[in-house]
Design a protein around this ligand. Structure first.
Ligand code: HEC
Length: 197
């Protein structure tokens, strides 16, 4: 009796563990593929390994070694299995750079296991490289003070009398620039040095 009860209990546990939340392709899978895969597997004449991962059809069609995506079967889908190889393995994907994190490979796995929904019309492109962020003027103490002074005292409303205000930030090679706008406000056109930290 006890034993039957135990078996029922573990079966229930197993079902719970397997029922992962439904993965949302656009919110969860697309960003992973666009960031980590599309630079080499995009819609170009010669994608690496002959594989384009830009559409579901192309992912299923696969590359030189056959399909990369078998909906419902993550373990047969190189799109997933190659991402969980050890980082120094010859076939690991992506082959260089940052490897996928465990939660990202799990997302791919669950998505494929759940049937690999990929809404029609979702054509993936390489994610834009992150570029140096221009520090917003207002976040830097020195310019912030100057900014306040100028904006606070600015009574000139004639655009011709206004000059761009450029200055260096004390103690750094960075300069900044503010452009006056008729009406008494200044707009900053950005911090010049990208090395500013
Ligand atoms: C820096 C470039 C690069 C990135 C980024 C990259 N791959 Fe690849 N991929 C390759 C190369 C090169 C091959 C061919 C390897 C070979 O034939 O030995 C390949 C082959 C593959 C294949 C086998 C294709 C076939 O049929 O031969 C799959 C599947 C694959 N990649 C999936 C991915 C996935 C999924 C990602 C993102 C997680 C990814 N790749 C990111 C370069 C890349």
């Amino acid at each position: 009796m006890n034993r039957i009860y135990m078996m029922a209990a573990s079966a229930a546990l197993l079902t719970t563990a397997m029922a992962a939340d439904k993965v949302d392709f656009v919110k969860e899978v697309k960003p992973i593929l666009e960031k980590h895969c599309l630079s080499c597997h995009g819609d170009t004449e010669k994608p690496k390994g002959g594989l384009k991962l830009n559409t579901k059809e192309n992912s299923i069609k696969g590359g030189e070694k056959g399909t990369s995506l078998v909906p419902g079967q993550p373990e047969k889908s190189p799109l997933y299995t190659l991402t969980i190889l050890p980082p120094d393995h010859d076939d690991v994907m992506p082959p260089k750079g940052e490897k996928l994190k465990k939660d990202e490979t799990e997302t791919l796995k669950n998505w494929i296991a759940q049937g690999a929904d990929w809404p029609a019309g979702e054509v993936l492109k390489q994610a834009k490289k992150e570029v140096a962020v221009i520090t917003p003027m207002a976040a830097i103490e020195g310019p912030k003070q100057i900014w306040k002074k100028i904006v606070g005292n600015n009574k000139i409303t004639d655009a011709k009398l206004m000059k761009a205000y450029t200055d260096y930030i004390v103690g750094s090679p960075t300069s900044f620039e503010m452009l006056p706008i008729p009406g008494g406000a200044f707009q900053h056109s950005g911090i010049r040095s990208l090395e500013f930290t």
